[in-house]
Design a protein around this ligand. Structure first.
Ligand SMILES: Cc1ncc(C[n+]2csc(CCOP(=O)(O)OP(=O)(O)O)c2C)c(N)n1
Ligand SMILES: [Mg+2]
Length: 321
């Protein structure tokens, strides 16, 4: 076995908890308990968990709309997380933003822009801060395959390369932008990795359904960036298991293909099978982890549901200094 048991247990815990959070959000949404949208990242957790397992204190993170539960792994409190999702005052922006606007400087989570791609410049700006302060940190910029074709992404990548800034650009290529297959709008097989050379950036492509393969590639690229060599690109291939949003019937794609991905490329199931085989965990430990985290989530949800909601008078508070 290439990795120590302690590392494997940690990466599995992060992967499993991300999966359980994503599933919980779908359940809550189906029960009509979430105001606003949920873009489920069930099935796509390995890309994020694998990459973020390379993080160091002081790094910055630009996450995406999918999976939305990543701030938990990065240190956001569950009460605050569910408070924001359920539009309560206990959320990080008092419930104004919902799932798309979990941001918390304390944990390095810089939030995201609903206008996809525009926040690439924010990630580059964060990298400029790191560079100015001469810190050994990385600004992690996540985006989807659809987002990777936007103009602001390339302007920001160009500047990051020209100024040799410490950004790791990560494309989570799940094959779709809403209903548009990547193959119909992206002229190269690897949406971002194949374009990296245009900016003189090195790149890696990983199996986004295998958390250890993602970690391997992310470690290589983040070490390169952290050492002061300038930006790099990582592309992780996976598949969007669910609709673009909860309720999307996915009439535009072949259900058999989706079924194949779900059955054979489940990042949690596959990692757990390996860990059981290697004797790193037992079935009883896995069951206890699931039950324990479910209890933790239910407690946080109960707190959020009992918390006060924003009033109409308060809605503009904090907008102007
Ligand atoms: C500039 C911009 N154009 C369109 C949208 C609407 N929109 C929201 S999500 C999405 C799809 C994005 O696809 P991708 O980047 O592949 O991410 P995925 O949803 O697959 O995770 C689109 C087009 C948007 N939010 N911003
Ligand atoms: Mg996509």
């Amino acid at each position: 076995m290439q990795y120590e048991a302690r590392f494997l247990r940690q990466i599995h815990k992060d992967l499993l908890e991300t999966r359980l959070l994503e599933e919980k959000l779908c359940d809550l949404y189906a029960q009509g308990r979430v105001p606003g949208h949920v873009h489920s990242g069930v099935g796509q957790e390995a890309t994020y968990v694998g990459v973020l397992s390379t993080r160091q204190p002081g790094d910055y993170f630009k996450l995406t709309h999918r999976p939305i539960s990543m701030p938990w792994m990065l240190g956001t409190d569950l009460d605050m997380f569910f408070g924001e999702l359920l539009a309560k005052k206990t959320g990080n922006s008092g419930g104004r933003g919902g799932s798309l606007h979990i941001g918390e400087l304390r944990t390095g989570v810089l939030g995201m822009s609903g206008t996809l791609g525009c926040d690439t410049g924010v990630a580059v700006g964060a990298a400029l801060t790191i560079d100015y302060e001469q810190r050994p940190n990385v600004s992690y910029m996540f985006m989807g395959d659809g987002t990777s074709s936007r103009g602001p992404v390339y302007e920001a990548m160009n500047l990051a390369a020209a100024w040799k800034l410490p950004v790791l650009f990560i494309c989570e290529n799940n094959g779709f932008a809403i209903s548009t297959p990547a193959s119909s709008t992206i002229p190269v097989p690897n949406a971002l990795a194949d374009r990296a050379a245009g900016y003189g950036m090195p790149s890696e492509v990983a199996d986004g359904t295998d958390v250890l393969d993602v970690y391997r590639a992310a470690k290589k690229m983040s070490d390169y960036v952290r050492a002061g060599n300038g930006p790099a690109v990582l592309e992780c291939k996976d598949y969007r298991w669910r609709g673009h949003f909860e309720g999307d019937q996915c009439a535009y794609r072949d259900a058999e293909v989706t079924k194949e991905w779900v059955e054979n490329h489940d990042c949690v199931k596959n990692l757990e099978a390996m860990l059981l085989k290697e004797g790193v965990v037992t079935e009883a430990e896995l069951a206890a982890m699931r039950a324990g985290f479910d209890e933790q989530m239910e407690t946080a949800i109960a707190h959020a549901e009992a918390a006060p909601a924003m009033t109409a008078e308060e809605i503009f508070d904090g907008l102007y200094a």
